[in-house]
Design a protein around this ligand. Structure first.
Ligand code: C5P
Length: 455
């Protein structure tokens, strides 16, 4: 399909008009970081216009959710809807989505319909920004939450819009997670992308390195106030010392990919407070913590600048971190090689809300196959999450198609992106699902290999 950015933006403008013509729509959005930031962009646009709306966050658009929506006169689907043909049964509905879509008869702002890659270069929050042209910072948070880092293609345009309005700034600095809020020792020790030989996963060694460099770990203010320092608190001299020490370690190690991966682009939001909402990666983790622990409304309130939601969001973040640490510990021992894919059976061990995040963290970019994880879902169902290495996706692997197809015999519901997808299947059909997933993957691999050879 030919790429048509102008056509997409025209469609977005039509959808804005249509959305504001609704009298009191129900905004139904997804619960991950992209879904929450996209939902906040849409809700915020209605708030700014003084127009009434209701908002609901859901984990999946299954039959039960569709039945509820059928009772609504007006629905705006955000970060979902494009993958479920039952939306055609609704009265007035419109869709802002970036997932793979087919056979939808309702008005839809979806970059994939205009030859723009919804998996790599525009998230649902990005599409919501294109519709309402408000809060570009949230569009960047959604993109980062959906692993679209660094910004490319249409996301680059969103970024430039945010830079023009002063809501977004891009920075080139150490490419580690947590520059603004993580205490220095954890900042170094829990960085594994890039992997720092001798330091990653070693708090003691991280602490030693900082001591050798004479970089104090604590900030002491007036009245003996104390707090742990983050990387952003370091002065230029300290930053320089730390970066060159890390570059030296990387350059001297065979295991590291060289010092290149140390520095990268990241995005900050000058109009937001200097807390977990200041930097895109940290903000998206905060939203994931809210959404994936059943408190998406707290995330939406934080997105819309409601200070009274911040403390609860931070508590959820602490819980999220603890559960991820435990999840990763389980995954690193429990992941099995199933031939076509790695398999993580985390039923009863990892919560369904974070199984996808754990699979993403467990996935090694050097892996030659994807990972499929399962957790207990509600009401006798199993939640499936799949993640693939980028290299495989660029050779044609499509997990969204895989999940949809594997659900066919299992009576489940699934979909998503090429690189990250999921499904929900009845517990009794798990075997059928896995067998079909394996066969589908092998067929995809063969077809992709044949394409590579002929191309
Ligand atoms: O839940 P998880 O993080 O694994 O989801 C990965 C992607 O797959 C998300 O973008 C989600 O929207 C999509 N998905 C889907 N249908 C499902 C489960 C997940 O389209 N039943």
């Amino acid at each position: 399909m030919e790429r048509d950015e102008a056509g997409f933006l025209e469609r977005c403008a039509e959808l804005r008009k249509l959305a504001f013509s609704f009298s009191e729509p129900l905004i139904v959005h997804h619960y991950d970081a992209d879904g929450v930031s996209a939902g906040a962009i849409v809700a915020g646009a209605f708030q700014d216009e003084g127009k009434p709306f209701r908002r609901e966050c859901i984990k999946k658009l299954d039959d039960e959710a569709i039945e509820r929506c059928l009772r609504e006169p007006e629905v705006i689907f955000v970060d979902l809807g494009g993958g479920n043909r039952r939306v055609n049964e609704l009265k007035d509905a419109l869709i802002i989505d970036h997932h793979q879509t087919e056979g939808i008869g309702k008005p839809q702002a979806n970059p994939l319909l205009f030859g723009i890659d919804g998996g790599n270069e525009l998230s649902a929050a990005g599409a919501a920004y294109c519709v309402f042209r408000k809060r570009p910072d949230l569009a960047i948070v959604g993109a980062v939450g959906d692993m679209m880092h660094p910004m490319a293609g249409m996301n680059r345009w969103v970024l430039s819009e945010g830079e023009k309005s002063g809501e977004v700034k891009s920075e080139v600095d150490l490419a580690f997670y947590g520059r603004y809020c993580r205490p220095l020792v954890q900042f170094l020790a829990y960085c594994d992308d890039p992997y720092i030989p001798g330091i990653s996963y070693r708090e003691d060694r991280a602490q030693e390195l900082l001591a050798e460099l004479r970089i104090p770990l604590e900030w002491v203010g007036g009245g003996a106030q104390k707090r742990m320092r983050a990387y952003a608190d370091l002065d230029d001299e300290e930053k320089k010392k730390l970066v060159s020490a890390l570059a030296k370690i990387m350059a001297n190690s065979e295991r590291a990919r060289g010092a290149d991966g140390l520095i990268g682009e990241s995005y900050v939001f000058p109009k937001r407070p200097r807390d977990e909402t200041y930097e895109a990666n940290e903000f998206s983790t905060l939203l994931n913590a809210c959404g994936r622990h059943d408190k998406p409304d707290i995330g939406v309130r934080v997105c819309l600048g409601d200070d009274s939601a911040r403390d609860e969001a931070r508590q959820l973040l602490a819980l999220h971190r603890r559960m991820l640490r435990e999840g990763i510990a389980f995954a690193s021992k429990g992941t099995q090689d199933f031939g076509a894919f790695f398999f993580l059976d985390a039923r009863g061990a990892i919560d369904e809300g974070i199984i996808g995040v754990v699979c993403g963290m467990e996935l090694r970019q050097s892996w030659k196959k994807p990972i499929v994880g399962i957790a207990l879902g509600g009401r006798g169902t199993i939640k499936v999450s799949a993640r693939a290495p980028k290299a495989l996706v660029s050779r044609g692997l499509n997990l969204g198609a895989l999940m949809k197809d594997a659900c066919a015999d299992a009576g489940g519901i699934g979909g998503g992106h090429r690189i990250a997808a999921g499904a929900s299947v009845p517990a009794g059909s798990l075997n059928a699902f896995l067998v079909r997933a394996g066969a589908h993957l092998r067929a995809q691999n063969e077809a992709n290999e044949a394409m590579q050879k002929s191309g």
